[in-house]
Design a protein around this ligand. Sequence first.
Ligand code: NAG
Length: 333
Amino acid sequence: MEPRIPSIFSQFRLGAPQIHTKMGLLLPYQLKKSPASLLFSKQGLLAVVYCLVFIYICTLFFGSNKSRDNFFAENHECVNRKTESLEFDELYKRLPEVVNQCSVRGRLNIQGFTNTDETKYHVMPTEYALQPRHDCTIISLGVGKDVEAEKQMLAALPHCKFFGADPVNDTNADIYPEVGKFFNVAVGGSNGIMRANVLEDQYKFKDVPYIDIAAFMRNLVKKTVVDQIMIDIEHAEYPMLPFLLKTGQMYKEGVTICQINIEVHNPSPEQKQEFYKYYHLMMAENQYTMLTASTIIGHIRLFMINHADEECHQRYIGDIYDRPYTTTTQKPF
Ligand SMILES: *[C@@H]1O[C@H](CO)[C@@H](O)[C@H](O)[C@H]1NC(C)=O
């Protein structure tokens, strides 16, 4: 009974010197440091100033980055705001003006390539796109006996391979090989043989094979990334429009188009509705941004870029934009 209590005390007594020893070890260490702490506080003050400057720079950096992030979104929002209430007739009429008002094209390095009656636009490649491991594919649907724009493109983009298709063989089959491979076929939205009035030496009816753009990519071009496609196919673009959506057969087969120059030909009332439907699906997908638009005798020429696709982004947009909305399939605005 008695020996137990002292034994506890003795443990305390044994413990106490140990604590003192520790404090004794700590004390000189702190005392040694305290003269230096005066100097350290000056450094500390400097550090605080540096930190504030750093935070200020960070704010500037992220602030400007934020506006960079958003420029395609701003473009989208602007076009949406100005067109959402328009009926199909009005939309077709107003769209070119709206596209040009909202366009963020000033942010991109766009070059024009002119043939005898029009200009095709192309966002020039980033350093990434010019790396030899990335090929470049440029397609002309509807050659129209004129390859001036393609020739200029080839001069500016010598790493690109060109593929052209036109139901008219005459002249096109002779001149297109100056830039690339020619296919004597009508590319559109379905497959078959059509009796077409085509200009050879004179206008005459001829059986012309036609294939849809997904089959054209799969069987003839055989590339999965299209850097540029120029579509001028005399109203056959209307049945092709659904193929240019993410829900279309071509995208399902893994083909991505980075840039599109398309001539939307003076539509019939039904075609205006087809365009209207395509337009709203395209806006909802938020994959393409329309950068330029012009009108000529009822046709609309549109130039657009795929801002959402990873590969297209790296090839033609790069660091100036961070693709903030691409992880979600759709971003409603
Ligand atoms: C198309 O034109 C090329 C070059 O002139 C010629 O070699 C070829 O036979 C033509 N094809 C048809 C189907 O007329």
